[in-house]
Design a protein around this ligand. Structure first.
Ligand code: TXA
Ligand code: MG
Length: 332
């Protein structure tokens, strides 16, 4: 083997990636400026010291993430947010009090403590308190917030299990904290204030209807095709490598159902094609469907026989709205 081959170069740089629940080790690595994958109730994150620009930059390099895409800061207590923001408008505070810990990210005016790399130079910083017990425990050990985007290469489907993270980052990060399968399974809902209007920038686990019960009518602003305020707004995002087709009438896909190159993900009924079809929730629960969705997508994406994934459109309410939004972007 020639010492100059790219293979040798890779071996020299690779680290052993542990997968365990050692939050003390995670805390030490994070204090030292290393990147650790953490579980949340939504999806797994690639976390680093959120006030250390160099540590945050490592996340961007690992993900291949463009510098214009800001990352969310995670903490465990409302008190710890005070230093990170210049203002906490009442209506957003009401949402925080109601839904944290939980799948809600708030965009708040950043303080000088927050490095530019975190917000991509934007005037607001995204903050949330995640609801995963292991990560909450880890955060109590830290006197700084964790910057953490979803633990996937930029533009790809978010990970909901440790093995999804491992597929992309094995040998590249020292530790994946194993919090099992994510219970919510799609990303947090991103909310901010413009003038006095509550604006939703990304549909996610926390349903629009639930937010509106607390603050009344909200404005949806989830579309962007070029430089976005939030890249989750990009027309193509959350996409597997295989072709994705969306169907609102599976009866029309009968020809494809006979072809082993096509795999199916359904919500409303079991298509019954054995290993080529996945029914997301036998109890027709949108919560359960959301929790299983990214795993199903990645399972087909890994399957060498499958070239196209056909997904049944979801009912357009609660998590179904967010899932349909992900579908549109995955199939763009
Ligand atoms: O559920 C989640 O939110 C997960 C877990 C790990 O917390 N995180 C996540 O992060 O989905 P990420 O980076 O994959 O997506 C966050 C989105 C991005 O589209 C980003 O542009 C937007 O949030 N965002 C973050 N900070 C922002 C800011 N200051 N202004 C505008 N958009 C922001
Ligand atoms: Mg992401």
């Amino acid at each position: 083997m020639r010492p100059s081959s790219p293979f040798v170069f890779y071996i020299v740089l690779s680290v052993q990636t542990l997968v365990n629940q050692d939050i003390q080790a995670a805390a030490e690595l994070l204090r030292a400026g290393e990147v650790v994958a953490i579980p949340t109730e939504t999806v797994y994150g690639l976390a680093a010291h959120g006030l250390d620009a160099q540590a945050v930059t490592k996340i961007f390099v690992l993900k291949g993430r463009p510098a214009y895409d800001p990352v969310i800061l995670h903490t465990d207590q409302l008190d710890k947010v005070a230093n990170l923001v210049n203002d906490f408008p009442d209506s957003l505070l009401a949402l925080a009090q109601k839904f944290w810990p939980g799948p809600l990210t708030l965009l708040l005016p950043r303080s000088v403590l927050v490095p530019d790399v975190v917000t991509a130079g934007l005037p607001r910083v995204g903050i949330r308190i995640p609801a995963h017990p292991l990560t909450l425990k880890l955060l109590t050990l830290l006197d700084f917030p964790l910057a953490a985007p979803s633990a996937n290469p930029f533009g790809y489907v978010s990970p909901t299990r440790p093995e999804h993270v491992r597929r992309h980052f094995d040998g590249r990060i020292p530790l994946i904290l194993d919090g099992g399968a994510c219970t919510q399974g799609i990303e947090s809902t991103i909310v901010g204030l413009e003038d006095n209007d509550i604006v939703v920038y990304r549909l996610g686990s926390l349903a629009l209807e639930t937010i509106e019960e607390v603050v009344g009518h909200v404005i949806l602003r989830t579309h962007s095709t070029s430089r976005p305020d939030a890249p989750g707004m990009l027309t193509k995002h959350y996409a597997p490598h295989k072709r994705v087709m969306v169907s609102d009438n599976l009866a029309l896909t009968q020809a494809y159902q006979k072809d082993p190159g096509f795999a199916f993900i359904t919500f409303s009924y079991n298509l019954g094609l054995g290993p080529r079809s996945c029914w997301l929730s036998s109890s027709l629960s949108l919560d359960e469907a959301a929790a299983n969705f990214y795993h199903a997508l990645q399972t087909w994406d890994e399957n060498p026989t499958v070239h196209t994934i056909i997904i049944e459109k979801f009912p357009d309410s609660a998590q179904g709205k967010a899932l349909n939004d992900k579908l549109r972007r995955a199939s763009a």
